[in-house]
Design a protein around this ligand. Structure first.
Ligand code: NDP
Length: 301
């Protein structure tokens, strides 16, 4: 069965519209997201546009700050600091990648952790890794895929848990294999699955006999960036397969990391590219913005 991230994202965004309207009714203010783009990378422009559109749909206020590709790291940090100190701003997102002369890690650290809607700030990453979720009795659903960690969780892995919740399959005790160990997808994904009582293996470019490792998986997450790396011989019959990869092919079309046609009849559930993880990532960005607003509101900001 195909897991349509596009349909689930649409459902979630309608729900968020209502959440935001209710917040406005209660507090007289809607969440406010500032999206910063540095330079004119065409792919970044598309991502930023999608995020702004999603915010508009969810009734979240959004501001687009388009800065010159020549801006210095110091100037960008100063801009971020101004937004950190602006009480009317709930979320700050700096679209990556940044021009080579700017250190991305330094910029991620410059955003106040409470306004870091991407969940990339070291305080948020540490919070995920060091803490067990606050609600041990959490029941996962597409609307509420992760328990409350008290911090912001990276959008892509959070969205994937929502896709997994849509299958209705119990995760407890399952074998999960995450292919890819980046700090924004693979690593947080592995921790979230571990917290859902999965036994998790993380595979990477040095993993020997990747197909054999993947065939152990009841839940296989591919987050690599290599078109069709995951072939039919990597799939255990009945596995759930989630394809995170976005690869632009020479003919201009998009491909995931999974050979979808070859794997779709072996898996019990599989997410497509496009229309799988991508829309969920943007949707979770909206949810993170709402959650940052709520946390700030509760602290009296
Ligand atoms: P990174 O490049 O940061 O990480 C890729 C990971 O894949 C690394 O850990 C690398 O291993 C591993 N890898 C590379 N080659 C192999 C191989 N042959 N076998 C096994 N593992 C391998 O990528 P990201 O995590 O940022 O993104 C991964 C993909 O997901 C990309 O296509 C990206 O565009 C997409 N993406 C999609 C999103 C969405 O919303 N749909 C959001 C974010 C990313 P090693 O650590 O050893 O180098």
């Amino acid at each position: 069965m195909i897991i349509s991230g596009k349909d689930i994202a649409a459902q979630l965004r309608s729900d968020m519209q209502q959440q935001v309207d209710a917040m406005f009714a209660e507090y007289g203010r809607t969440p406010n997201l500032v999206v910063i783009q540095v330079g004119d990378d065409p792919a970044s422009s598309i991502y930023v546009r999608n995020k702004m559109r999603a915010a508009e749909f969810c009734h979240i206020r959004s501001q687009y700050l388009h800065l010159s590709g020549e801006i210095t790291e110091k100037e960008l940090c100063a801009q971020i600091e101004q937004l950190n100190n602006d009480d009317d701003v709930d979320g700050i997102l700096v679209q990556l990648p940044l021009p080579a002369h700017i250190d991305e890690e330094r910029i991620i650290c410059a955003i106040h952790a409470e306004k870091d809607v991407d969940g990339f700030h070291p305080d948020n990453a540490a919070c995920l890794w060091l803490h067990q979720p606050l609600q041990t009795n959490h029941i996962a659903s597409i609307y509420n895929p992760v328990p409350d960690y008290g911090c912001t969780i990276a959008c892509t892995p959070k969205g994937i848990l929502s896709l997994l919740a849509s299958t209705g399959v119990e995760l407890d005790g399952k074998r999960a294999v995450v292919v890819g160990r980046s700090p924004i997808v693979g690593k947080p994904m592995a921790k979230l699955l571990m917290d859902r009582q999965c036994t998790v293996t993380i595979a990477h470019s040095h993993t020997r006999d990747l197909p054999a490792v993947c065939r152990e998986a009841d839940i296989l997450i591919a987050a690599v960036g290599k078109p069709k790396l995951i072939t039919a011989d990597c799939i255990k019959p009945g596995a759930i397969v989630i394809d995170v990869g976005i690869n632009r092919l020479a003919d201009g079309s998009l491909s995931g990391d999974v050979d979808f046609e070859a794997c779709k009849d072996i898996a019990s559930f599989i997410s497509p590219v496009p229309g799988g993880v991508g829309p969920m990532t943007v949707t979770m960005l909206m949810q993170n913005t709402i959650d940052c607003y709520k946390r700030r509101q509760m602290k009296g900001n």
